[in-house]
Design a protein around this ligand. Structure first.
Ligand code: 4NP
Length: 155
């Protein structure tokens, strides 16, 4: 079982999209049992808020199920122990994760698009309102992430 925690600033746009997309890709591949997938924020800005409506809309547009009941939460230090991979949407998130976790002693922190061979941030739709480009980046990263994780028997 690989436990994956996606992280962004507010946990209402990019990381919930990544959570939904990765769950969907794993399900399509018949690999849902191999993963535990969740998301959280580095900030406490949006704590308790649901997925942002335009992020939900683009998931619906592409036929990707998401949990309309889930609410944003901030990452806690114990998440670092719990999850195998802590996957950030941008470099600022990585600094936030390291602050919360007290560093990265087990080398668990990754930048999502590194899996796709692109060392850059996922496009942030918060100011641009461009949810399409964010979706494309996240889909590309999640496809590469799934391909990078060895197929294993469910535990
Ligand atoms: P997210 O988007 O990090 O992708 O969930 C944002 C949400 C809230 C803010 C910024 C980005 N904010 O500044 O409150």
């Amino acid at each position: 079982m690989t436990k994956i925690l996606f992280i962004c600033l507010g946990n209402i746009c990019r990381s919930p999209m990544a959570e939904a997309i990765m769950k969907h890709l794993a399900a399509e591949a018949g690999r849902s049992d191999e993963f535990e997938i969740a998301s959280a924020a580095v900030s406490e800005e949006e704590w308790g808020n649901p997925i942002y409506p335009p992020a939900a809309a683009i998931l619906r547009q592409y036929g990707i199920p998401y949990d309309g009941q889930r609410i944003a939460r901030q990452m806690k230090a114990s998440d670092y122990e719990k999850y195998d991979l802590i996957i950030a949407m941008d470099e600022a998130n990585i600094r936030g994760i390291r602050r919360i976790a007290g560093g990265d002693p087990d080398n668990k922190i990754r930048l999502l698009l590194d899996y796709a061979g692109e060392h850059r941030n996922v496009a942030d739709p918060w100011y641009t309102r461009d949810f399409e480009t964010a979706f494309d980046d996240i889909l590309k990263g999640c496809r590469a992430l799934l391909a990078a994780l060895p197929r294993s028997k469910a535990q």
